[in-house]
Design a binder for this molecule. Structure first.
Ligand SMILES: *[C@@H]1O[C@H](CO)[C@@H](O)[C@H](O)[C@H]1NC(C)=O
Ligand SMILES: *[C@@H]1O[C@H](CO)[C@@H](O)[C@H](O)[C@H]1NC(C)=O
Ligand SMILES: *[C@@H]1O[C@H](CO)[C@@H](O)[C@H](O)[C@H]1NC(C)=O
Ligand SMILES: *[C@@H]1O[C@H](CO)[C@@H](O)[C@H](O)[C@H]1NC(C)=O
Length: 530
């Protein structure tokens, strides 16, 4: 990468915890030990002290005062829920979000919870907010940096390689940090070769959050929120491993509305299904969530200097998401997880942010689980200024992200398919200037067939296909040939070199020409397709 690299040091000397009298400290630690079960015991200090190379988008000095986590972890632990989790008593309705301004039925409460539980939870939440206000969390990041944060590991690594190769095709030079749950998810080939060559670095979350005194073990949905908190970037585009931009995402940070508000969220299909208990616990206005779109956090844009408190409060909601806040925010509804925590935190804190007005769209129409298309920010904002409810007169904003989130996702090992899934190639060409499904599958063939690509998830690549004894390469080639039969394919294998390393290749292959590239755009030699 042409990006600059430098070392990050965490200075652990002269650490002190201000504002806590020894008495309060004692109380907190007593509570922590009473209610917290230690899990992973990797030492945060010894393993993340030096030799962490963080690629940054420009030269910068890392400023450390030594202590986001050492002061934040005790707050998180001390504000832990001390009550039974609420029970879901019936299923909520999964409904598409109604048009703004139209009449609709709001989702009622389906949780069962005692008054004393609500009161206790409210007390913990209030205490946490008071602490945050009197001693605002100081996030640690490298000043003046922008980058992409994602999470991966296991079966998400192959998917992530597809996404990163698609990312670099756009000409993006943003550095990438990949958060892994723990050291077990670290794969040397993937992290040190495949991803590194694409300007991405593996970061192990457990080495930040497993201190010797207070242990947290974050997983699944929680990794997103803590990846944002621990990333070395000041301004972040978060992308799920199975989500890629079709256009250069570096420009998103220049959008006026992002610069003003510092956080942009993209909406989900569904109507909100939050419980009024969330409002009682947090003091949020009755319908503040119910009258908003739900959020699809496959992509998020956030400026940490403007939203340190939003991210910290979202961290609290995620730390106790599984049985508590996720449930309060979704009541078991579609996609329950971290998705609503960021908007909820910003609303509770009355921090400004922007939610895209353009709705998500399924790529290629109906059927089971087409990818979700999310739109271009700058275009959306221009329309919203004039037409905030986006009525029939609003021109559709261009799709920008392709979030292929439905199983089996884009992992060559698990897909057996004979037909296209993302609609006709000509439609894709009309929208994107290229047949995106063909491009993505070309990358999958490359990965599956390049000798130097291997993931733990694939096991024996030579025999690891879904059918007994079939190689992942042969399986993927067969899919490719069936999905894109020769009649319609006119494309040739192109010698593409070093896409994404510089800005001079970014637009090639766009614009409706018929020379769609076959090579995946990796750093490796091109592999034969057929
Ligand atoms: C929220 O912030 C806006 C300005 O951004 C302000 O006008 C309003 O009074 C605030 N509301 C509360 C409840 O603090
Ligand atoms: C490409 O980058 C160089 C410097 O890295 C810059 O001078 C040039 O203007 C860029 N070209 C385009 C088309 O962005
Ligand atoms: C596709 O390629 C053929 C031959 O290379 C050329 O004649 C034709 O004009 C091209 N079509 C488009 C749409 O570029
Ligand atoms: C790429 O091909 C060249 C020439 O065929 C060969 O020397 C080189 O080792 C190859 N590199 C990789 C990474 O396979």
């Amino acid at each position: 990468m042409s990006a600059f690299a430098h070392s990050r040091r965490i200075l652990l000397t002269s650490r002190r915890i201000p504002l806590f009298t020894p008495l309060i400290l004692l109380l907190i630690f007593a509570l922590v030990f009473k209610y917290y079960t230690p899990t992973d015991t990797v030492s945060f200090i010894s393993s993340f002290s030096s030799s962490q190379r963080i690629i940054t988008s420009r030269p910068a000095t890392f400023e450390s005062d030594g202590g986001f986590w050492p002061s934040f972890a005790p707050l998180l632990a001390a504000a832990a829920p001390r009550v039974e989790a609420p029970e879901v008593t019936e299923q909520v309705f999964t409904r598409h979000r109604p048009d703004p301004g139209s009449d609709y039925e709001r989702q009622g409460n389906v949780l069962q919870w005692s008054d004393s539980a609500v009161a206790s939870m409210k007390g913990a939440h209030e205490w946490f907010l008071t602490q945050m206000r009197s001693n605002p969390p100081k996030l640690q990041y490298t000043l003046n940096t922008r980058g992409i944060v994602t999470s991966g590991g296991g079966k998400y690594f192959p998917v992530l390689l597809v996404s990163l190769r698609m990312l670099r095709r756009t000409g993006s030079t943003l550095p990438v940090e990949i958060f892994l749950r723990n050291r077990d998810e670290y794969e040397e080939l993937a992290c040190e070769v495949l991803f590194k060559d694409l300007g991405a670095k593996c970061v192990i979350l457990s080495e930040f959050v497993g201190t010797s005194k207070i242990q947290f073990n974050f997983e699944h949905y929680q990794i997103k929120s803590f990846g944002l908190l621990f990333s070395s970037f000041e301004e972040i585009l978060f992308l799920d491993a199975d989500n890629f931009p079709v256009y250069k995402p570096d420009d998103l940070f220049e959008a006026e509305v992002y610069k003003q508000r510092g956080m942009v969220l993209w909406p989900d299909y569904w109507q909100c299904t939050s419980s009024p208990y969330f409002n009682q616990v947090t003091g949020l206005d009755e319908n503040a969530l119910q009258d908003r779109p739900t959020i699809e956090t496959g992509q998020m844009l956030v400026d940490k200097k403007k939203h340190a408190d939003t991210l910290s409060l979202a961290g609290y909601y995620n730390a106790y998401g599984d049985k508590y806040f996720y449930r309060l925010l979704s009541q078991g509804g579609a996609g329950e997880g971290d998705k609503e925590t960021f908007a909820a935190a910003a609303l509770v804190l009355n921090n400004s942010f922007y939610t895209m007005s353009e709705r998500p769209r399924p790529f290629g129409g109906g059927g089971e689980g087409p990818p979700v298309l999310q739109s271009n920010l700058a275009e959306d904002w221009l329309v919203s200024l004039e037409n905030p409810n986006r009525d029939g007169k609003a021109p559709a904003a261009t799709p920008f992200f392709v979030h292929a989130s439905w199983p089996p996702k884009l992992n060559p090992k698990y897909i057996q398919r004979s037909e296209r899934m993302w609609g006709p190639g000509v439609e894709s060409e009309k929208t994107f200037g290229e047949d995106l499904e063909l491009t993505v599958w070309s990358i999958m063939v490359d990965m599956a067939c390049e000798d130097n690509v291997q993931f733990a998830d694939w096991g024996d690549k030579e025999h690891g296909g879904l059918e007994e004894g079939v190689s992942i390469c042969d399986q993927t080639l067969k899919n490719f040939q069936d999905m894109f039969p020769p009649v319609t394919e006119d494309h040739q294998i192109e010698e593409e070199s070093d896409r994404g390393e510089s800005n001079d290749t970014e637009e090639s292959g766009r614009g409706g020409s018929n020379d769609t590239e076959e090579s995946g755009g990796g750093e490796t030699n091109d592999t034969e397709q057929q």
